[in-house]
Every structure is written in structure tokens, then in C-alpha cells.
Design a protein around this ligand. Structure first.
Ligand SMILES: [Zn+2]
Length: 269
């Protein structure tokens, strides 16, 4: 443990978002002041991969890249379910940077009705997740997982695939389903939006601290709806977890950072 353990790890944020283009240095500086020691920068599609790698080189030992294909893709201003073609385009770039990444993500299942045109969409999402789970296993990397309106199918598919290292980010399923994930050894990262979410508060009550990590999902899931979230707000999540669990803030910091370092085995502070 020692000095390197004192500080927060933001296990899931979209720091490559254009929302941060104009003041990134300031955002990073403010996060360091708030005690953040590392950010795991996740991708949603292959178009972001190079930018994330560049950011990790601009902030070495602080921004750690995580590449993957999200179950929901943007196209011409609208959102649609992922296809295997989206993954096909991403895999060569992902492999090119395999030595640099600390996880595969953001991957997962999103069964929000408006993204699903047919049952084939669900199956395509499953296939894209399956293939990325294989890549993760092959590279011995954890998965950084999104699940929306699909908590149970996501946990069950990961178990079926024999995945052992996974971070379930902003999990919106039932605590009983999350506990199935805990039995499989999965981690659950908690965002600052917990302060306005009964579901996340119930989840944290049930989860053992040994399976909790912290995240911000910046620029989304901030303490205030519709306001840009930043990695410095990780303290908001940490403070809330400390209150719900009835343990000190220091203990939350140490345990969640320990958990994150255990999960992201390539992340070196
Ligand atoms: Zn995300």
C-alpha cells in the first residue's frame, strides 16, 4: 500500500469528449487538486481511439486508455444499436494499441427500447460483447461494462462467457442481480449521480466495500442533472459512499483505489 494508495481512481470517464476540448488542462489540474491520481479514459467507438491514446501520452501515468465498442452508436445525430461491422472496424486499431490499454471498454448491453428496432439488435449487441470479452481474455485485460435496462442479461452473459475481471459501471439493475456479479468477483463503480439516485443508494447499501470502485462517467452522471460532470466530482461519490457505508472517507479512498488497482492489473501509478 503506502503513499501511492492515497488518492482516487476515476475508473470510467469520457475525457476524450469534445465537452473537454477547450479547457482540458484546467479540468485535469482541478481533478489532481481534488485527489484524483488516475483516470481510466473509456471509448464508445473506433473514431475516438487515437484521441484517447494521444491524451494518455499527453498525461502519462495519469490518463490510462481503455478501448472498446459501446452497445449504442451515434450515427448522423441519432443513436442506434451496435452492429458487428462497427466492431470489425475497431478491432485492428484496438490490437495496434493493445500494449497501451488497461481494459476493454466501454462494452455491454443497452436494451433501452428506443435503441432496439428488432430482436436481432439484441443478438448483435450480445455478439459484439462476446467478441470483445474474447479479446479481453486473450489480452488478460478487464472489461469496462455498460448495462442499461439490461442488468440481468449483462451479468448472466458475462458469467456464461466465463468473464472474471469486469467493472460494471453505473449499474442500474437490482441489488440482487448485482450480488450475483459480486459472487463472480465483479467490481461496481459508483458515480456522483448517486446523490440523486435512490437505486444507486440501495445498490451501495448491498454491495460489499471490497467490490466498490469510484467513477465519474464525465461529462455525464454528475451531481447535478444537465451540468457537465468532471473527474474532480469523484469526491462527491466518495463522500456519499462513506456516509451510506458508515466508514471514513479515508477508508473509502483506500479500499476503492485498492480495488481498482486489483482489477486494472496493467495500471501503474
Ligand atoms: Zn460511460
Amino acid at each position: 500500500m503506502g503513499a501511492s494508495m492515497s488518492g482516487y481512481i476515476d475508473c470510467h470517464c469520457h475525457i476524450s469528449s469534445e465537452d473537454f476540448d477547450k479547457d482540458l488542462d484546467e479540468v485535469i489540474e482541478n481533478s489532481r487538486k481534488a485527489g484524483v491520481v488516475a483516470l481510466v479514459a473509456v471509448a464508445e467507438h473506433s473514431g475516438e481511439f487515437e484521441k484517447i491514446i494521444n491524451l494518455s501520452q499527453r498525461f502519462p501515468g495519469f490518463i490510462f486508455p481503455c478501448l472498446g465498442v459501446h452497445p449504442v452508436q451515434q450515427e448522423k445525430g441519432t443513436q442506434r444499436s451496435v452492429t458487428t461491422q462497427d466492431l470489425q472496424g475497431a478491432l485492428p486499431i484496438l490490437h495496434k494499441y493493445r500494449e497501451h490499454i488497461v481494459a476493454i471498454g466501454e462494452v455491454g448491453l443497452d436494451f433501452t427500447p428506443r435503441f432496439l428496432v428488432s430482436d436481432e439488435d439484441k443478438e448483435a449487441q450480445r455478439e459484439v460483447l462476446r467478441r470483445q470479452a474474447e479479446v479481453a481474455k486473450h489480452l488478460d485485460l478487464p472489461l469496462n461494462v455498460h448495462s442499461r435496462s439490461a442488468g440481468r442479461p449483462t451479468i448472466h452473459l458475462l458469467k456464461e462467457l466465463g468473464v472474471q475481471k469486469a467493472l460494471l459501471h453505473a449499474f442500474d439493475g437490482k441489488p440482487s442481480v448485482a450480488l450475483e456479479g459480486v459472487r463472480q468477483g465483479f467490481m461496481f463503480s459508483i458515480p456522483p449521480s448517486i446523490i440523486r439516485s435512490d437505486q444507486k443508494q440501495r445498490l451501495v447499501k448491498q454491495l460489499p466495500l471490497e467490490n466498490i470502485c469510484l467513477e465519474t462517467d464525465s461529462p455525464a452522471l454528475g451531481p447535478e442533472k444537465q451540468v457537465r460532470n468532471e473527474p474532480q466530482n469523484i469526491c462527491v461519490a466518495a463522500e456519499f459512499v462513506s456516509k451510506v457505508k458508515g466508514v471514513s472517507l479515508e477508508r473509502v479512498m483506500e479500499q476503492t483505489t485498492h480495488n481498482a488497482l486489483k482489477l486494472f492489473n496493467n495500471l501503474r501509478l
